[in-house]
Ligand binder design. Structure first.
Ligand SMILES: Cc1cc2nc3c(=O)[nH]c(=O)nc-3n(C[C@H](O)[C@H](O)[C@H](O)COP(=O)(O)OP(=O)(O)OC[C@H]3O[C@@H](n4cnc5c(N)ncnc54)[C@H](O)[C@@H]3O)c2cc1C
Length: 462
């Protein structure tokens, strides 16, 4: 990187907001990708921390002039290497863009891209409101959530990040600032024309500096139901019927005994259900208890019809939080031996067939793939564990078979984590060459020098 560029950057953000000693830069060279998705970071990297959109714009203008790569980084909780700098250049850390303002009348939050999910949830709660989106790591930042169109366990009822974005401020190469939408519920003259272009495109077209997000009134009545089943098929086949009933749980998660047993052993707690091999965890949330219990009763009848063995109701807050804690500890339990977390998403009608295929693949490779996750939206994650003696080719072979199984059932290789760098080579399973070509054309128009997140999502140099 040229000394000139360094000097100019220093002038824009100030000395204390540039990191270049290798020890401090190290913290910005990886995300949360498990071993199989980890990408090699470049060594010649500078971390730049602008304070506001104007400084972001200046940094982008300068980088464009010097044709220096810029890797936008939020909370680095991504699982596909999207924010990892893989070429010499800058990490543009968004952490200082952390303003947050709640508008109770319009039910919106105007937030800097660097605000964490945790801060947003807490501030909404302090204002008697609720931001429901809940991907598993609350250190994720608003910019990253928008760029990845994050999902999480509550998507079944309250949707994905796209459903919350009303306005965006974006910086485009070569440094121009774009303001789209605002606090309006309906805006077919501005917001709805351009906004979605920046949601879910993983930061390859522009740097998100601010978002106006919809927030909701908070629901006071909650309860969780654990429904055990003798086998996976009863559990999975009940899902479409539950959703058809009109009662939509806030979370509808699927997990198997084998995964639960390991996690509870590790945590030193007991799982409330003594019977069953597969479970549905149904988290209900309503404004009042009458609606809550009426809905749960309706769902209990469906669970019964599909062969659930004695569903367990947790309505007291400590019972409920114990179950939810076990659910949230599944990933940390698997993580030390996890090679790859695959977030294939299939139509909910195909879940049984998908997990049947997963069983066949497990058997063929003599492994267990810990299928668990967001059953209510078809996004049950498949976990490829480290195996002694397996080569890179063995892992790649099982990953391909899992993807193919999902795609052949009308699914996609990624329901929520995105493509980043590590899943690029598999994108062809889900995205047609015409779409790839269109994205390349758009990228060449927006970022002709390919400075922004180069090497992410698609290789533009081809
Ligand atoms: C334990 C765990 C559980 C998870 N569970 C879920 C889940 O249930 N659902 C889900 O969807 N995800 C989940 N994730 C993945 C991750 O949290 C999300 O992808 C999240 O949206 C990433 O946000 P981030 O701020 O950490 O982004 P980063 O990891 O920093 O970056 C991700 C991508 O967004 C781009 N980006 C970041 N900020 C900006 C910006 N301001 N402007 C433009 N581009 C930007 C980056 O360049 C990169 O391409 C999980 C991760 C972990 C570790």
């Amino acid at each position: 990187m040229s000394n000139d560029l360094r000097e100019n950057l220093l002038e824009i953000v100030g000395k204390e907001h540039i990191l270049n000693d290798s020890k401090r830069v190290e913290d910005y060279l990886e995300d949360e990708s498990p071993e199989g998705s980890r990408v090699e970071p470049a060594s010649d990297v500078l971390v730049v921390k602008p304070a506001n959109a104007e400084e972001v714009s200046e940094v982008i203008r300068l980088s464009n002039e010097y044709e220096s790569s810029v890797f936008v980084q939020g909370g680095a909780t991504g699982l596909v290497g999207g924010s990892v700098p893989t070429k010499s250049g800058l990490v543009l850390s968004m952490e200082r863009l952390n303003h947050l303002e709640i508008d109770r009348d319009n039910l919106t939050a105007t937030v800097g891209a660097g605000v964490t999910l945790k801060e947003l949830i807490e501030t909404a709660r302090e204002n008697g409101l609720f931001f429901p989106l809940h991907p598993g790591d609350e250190d994720a930042q608003v910019g990253g959530l928008v760029a990845c169109n994050a999902g999480g366990s509550r998507a079944v009822k309250t949707g994905v990040m796209r459903n919350y974005v009303r306005g965006l401020e974006v910086v485009l190469p070569p440094g121009e600032m774009l303001n789209i939408g605002g606090k309006l519920i309906k805006d077919n003259a501005d917001a709805d024309k351009l906004m979605n272009f920046f949601v879910g495109t993983e930061g390859i077209f522009g740097v998100i500096t601010e978002a106006v997000l919809k927030i909701l009134p908070s629901e006071g009545a909650t309860a969780t139901l654990v429904a055990p089943f003798e086998d996976k098929f009863g559990a999975l086949d009940a899902i479409p019927e539950i959703l058809r009933s009109g009662v939509v749980p806030q979370g509808l998660e699927y997990v198997e005994r084998r995964t639960i047993e390991g996690a509870t052993r590790e945590l030193g707690v007991s799982w409330p259900a003594e019977v069953g091999e597969a479970y549905l965890l149904l988290m209900f949330s309503e404004f009042d208890e009458t609606t809550l219990f009426a809905g749960m009763e309706k769902v209990s009848e469906i669970l019964d019809e599909f062969g659930s063995l004695d569903p367990l109701l947790a309505e007291l807050s400590d019972e409920e939080s114990k179950i939810l804690r076990i659910r949230s500890e599944l990933y940390p339990f698997l993580k030390p031996n996890l090679y790859e977390d695959l977030d294939v998403c299939v139509p909910i009608s195909e879940l049984s067939d998908f997990l049947l295929e997963i069983d066949k693949i497990s058997e063929k490779y003599d492994t267990y793939l810990h299928p668990y996750g967001h059953g209510g939206d078809g996004n049950i994650h498949i976990h490829v564990m480290k195996q002694e003696g397996w080569s890179k080719e063995d892992y790649e072979s099982i990953v391909k078979q899992i993807y193919k199984a999902g795609v052949e059932l009308g699914g996609t290789i990624s329901g929520e984590h995105g493509i980043g760098e590590s899943k690029k080579k598999f994108l062809k399973y889900s995205m047609g060459s015409d779409s790839v070509h269109t994205i390349k054309r758009l990228k060449r128009t927006f970022d002709p020098k390919n400075i922004l997140n180069p090497g992410k999502l698609i290789d533009f140099s081809d």
